[in-house]
Design a protein around this ligand. Sequence first.
Ligand SMILES: O=P(O)(O)OC[C@H]1O[C@H](OP(=O)(O)OP(=O)(O)O)[C@H](O)[C@@H]1O
Ligand SMILES: O=c1[nH]c(=O)c2nc[nH]c2[nH]1
Ligand SMILES: [Mg+2]
Length: 157
Amino acid sequence: MSPSTLDKSFPVSWWELHRDAKALAWRLMSAQPFKGIIAITRGGLVPAAIIARELEVRLIDTLCIASYDDRSQGDAQVLKRIPGDGTGWLIVDDLVDTGSTARVVREMLPKAHFATIYAKPAGRPLVDTFVTEVSQDTWILFPWDTDMQAVPPLIKR
Ligand SMILES: O=P(O)(O)OC[C@H]1O[C@H](OP(=O)(O)OP(=O)(O)O)[C@H](O)[C@@H]1O
Ligand SMILES: O=c1[nH]c(=O)c2nc[nH]c2[nH]1
Ligand SMILES: [Mg+2]
């Protein structure tokens, strides 16, 4: 999705992220047990830590994929792979948007359970479990990408 069409934003605070990651852990309870968690870096790292704590998972690995530079999407670059087909593993990412990252992940680890906290409609069919859907023209603002700042009063905008 091109940045100009992303006219809505969906800011997520640390507290909300923690709450939503715990909600994802609740949903994953019925898909247990998992051999371990594979976090899709970097966005999946914090959600994976919260889910690992809730599900008592101690074996954590990373699949390192980068496709966005700020809001501009490029080809998904795989920087580190995982051997095997993913049998028994839980894959965690922060969100699925166009589904391009998820498609690469699915191709590499077709037997794993793929979970994200947030999902946009284009990527939603690629995810086994998620918590909250947002529209395709929404940009999710994660707490690690944002900071508190002053804003002018409504009357001066
Ligand atoms: O469904 P898609 O359109 O592929 O978008 C979703 C992916 O984009 C973001 O990662 P990004 O490539 O920005 O890297 P990061 O996790 O290091 O921020 C996000 O963390 C997902 O992995
Ligand atoms: O912070 C982010 N918010 C998003 O909505 C998004 N989509 C792809 N990659 C993303 N990163
Ligand atoms: Mg990512």
